[in-house]
Design a binder for this molecule. Structure first.
Ligand code: BTN
Length: 258
């Protein structure tokens, strides 16, 4: 048996809330493809795009995303049925997605510390396991992009990432059923999006509980300003709360600086 069989699209359709799946061997970016699909009238949602490799995977703040064979790169186009078009929910959608990944991986690595780094990175023992990029398309829905290091290894990552990345295989010493993992992430995500629609504050509270930056000194860039302070955690609306020399500040957007 090959170590990395392709994702099983039939199971993804049968066992999750996804209505259609498009599967690629190589793609520029699954988020870009999902945005293209969103422009086609009559597209059913949730629509999932998956790729074994990306040649132009994108991260937040214009960063590139490394997609090695064995990892998971996927983008879910969600419509207003599952995710109302409410800009105030933007940070919470990204956090809900991070929580879905945390819940899925935590029981596979019980002896490790799994949590979230605001705005939505999934971190295990200080290294990045998963990155999330949510892009809003107004009335056409939202694209939720998830990159997850599963059966690849940080040892194969570009030099500048190697010490900061980690995969499930690195953590457990074995390969994982990627289809089963994606199914679990999508099911958790469906639950958390329902919860977001019912009780948005609960997502912020859950994210605060697993935020690993509490107590750390952080610097966040907003335009040409950088705000530094001690992290208090994540507020109910998804903002990062910092105690700065000028007092307590809640930041809804910004790029975290090292
Ligand atoms: C980040 O950590 O800055 C976010 C990374 C998001 C990467 C995923 S991989 C699938 C989807 N397609 C992309 O081009 N980006 C997202």
């Amino acid at each position: 048996m090959t170590e990395n069989p392709p994702l099983d699209a039939r199971r993804l359709l049968d066992e999750t809330f996804v209505a259609q799946v498009e599967q690629h061997d190589v793609l520029g970016s699954t988020n870009d493809r999902a945005k293209e699909i969103a422009l086609t009238d009559g597209t059913v949602r949730p629509f999932l795009v998956v790729a074994e490799r990306q040649t132009a995977g994108r991260g937040r703040g214009g960063n590139a995303w490394w997609t090695a064979p064995g990892s998971v790169a996927m983008s879910l186009l969600v419509g207003p049925n599952h995710l109302p078009d409410d800009p105030a929910h933007g940070p919470l959608v990204a956090l809900a997605t991070g929580l879905a990944v945390v819940r899925t991986v935590a029981n596979r690595v019980p002896e490790h510390v799994v949590g979230i780094h605001w705005p939505n990175d999934v971190i295990v023992d200080g290294r990045k396991l998963s990155g999330i990029l949510v892009e809003g398309l107004g009335p056409r829905g939202q694209v939720i992009g998830i990159g997850l290091n599963v059966n690849n290894s940080a040892a194969e990552a570009p030099d500048e990432l190697r010490a900061r990345a980690v995969s499930l295989r690195d953590l457990t010493g074995r390969t994982h059923d990627r289809t089963g993992l994606v199914i679990e992430v999508l099911r958790e995500l469906a639950r958390l999006l329902e919860e977001l629609a019912r009780d948005p504050d609960s997502i912020g509270r859950r994210a605060h509980a697993v935020c690993l930056q509490k107590g750390q000194t952080l610097a966040v860039q907003q335009g040409d300003q950088t705000l530094a302070g001690r992290c208090v955690g994540i507020a109910a609306d998804g903002a990062l709360v910092l105690d700065t020399p000028e007092g307590r500040r809640a930041l809804v957007t910004g790029i975290l600086r090292a």
